[in-house]
Design a protein around this ligand. Structure first.
Ligand code: AMP
Length: 196
């Protein structure tokens, strides 16, 4: 039933809280969360062929090639009915956004909401470094890219390659800006309010 389709695309820099907010929205609105970072890290952890290929790219804070990501997403969307999904960390380039548009068009499920989480740069770096420190304190695995140097590189990559998507989605509608500074609940309610 196409009227049950819902496609949410989270935009925002690394550390903005996309993963946390997307997980909650997915749970509350019965959506599948597609976090490309999580999918890639899972491949690295399982030491698959893809994992071995992308590990140095993740470690350096660069972007994995578009064709790899587009194939991953195409696989995940195949046969999904209804299409109820949150993209978190995808698309990150204009080529990815264009490919996603084609896939969603084929599925008859265009993007319904594109929240953009905004957080000042230094707050982002502090959050990422804290996330690494807290994981270490809890004895959990620390993301290899959650350190200050790589966080700054990821921020730079975001500015150069992902920020242009703001205009891309603004031109197509559905984009709205959310202040990402505040408690988890505050930010969440801003996201759902903007969704209507
Ligand atoms: P994230 O967990 O979203 O911060 O992603 C972690 C890392 O995975 C990124 O720094 C990239 O190396 C890679 N990655 C995740 N999503 C994408 C994407 N859509 N395109 C290219 N690389 C990605």
């Amino acid at each position: 039933m196409t009227q049950n389709n819902k496609v949410v695309i989270f935009l925002g820099p690394p550390g903005a809280g996309k993963g946390t907010q997307a997980a909650r929205l997915a749970a509350e609105q019965n959506l599948v969360q597609l976090s490309t970072g999580d999918i890639l890290r899972d491949h690295v952890a399982r030491d698959t062929e893809l994992g071995r290929q992308v590990k140095p790219i993740l470690d350096a804070g660069h972007l994995v090639p578009d064709d790899i990501l587009i194939a991953l997403i195409r696989d995940r969307l195949a046969g999904m009915e209804p299409v109820r999904v949150i993209f978190d960390g995808f698309p990150r380039t204009t080529a990815q956004a264009e490919a996603l548009d084609v896939l969603l068009e084929e599925l008859g499920a265009p993007a319904s909401a594109v929240p953009l989480l905004e957080v000042p740069d230094q707050v982002l770096i502090d959050r990422i470094v804290d996330r690494g420190r807290q994981a270490a304190e809890r004895g959990e695995k620390v993301r290899s890219d959650d350190n200050e140097e790589t966080a700054r590189r990821r921020q730079q990559v975001y500015r150069e390659q992902t920020q242009p998507l703001i205009d891309y989605y603004a031109a197509r509608g559905h984009l709205y800006t959310v202040n990402g500074v505040g408690s988890m609940d505050e930010v969440y309610s801003r996201i759902t309010q903007g969704m209507k």
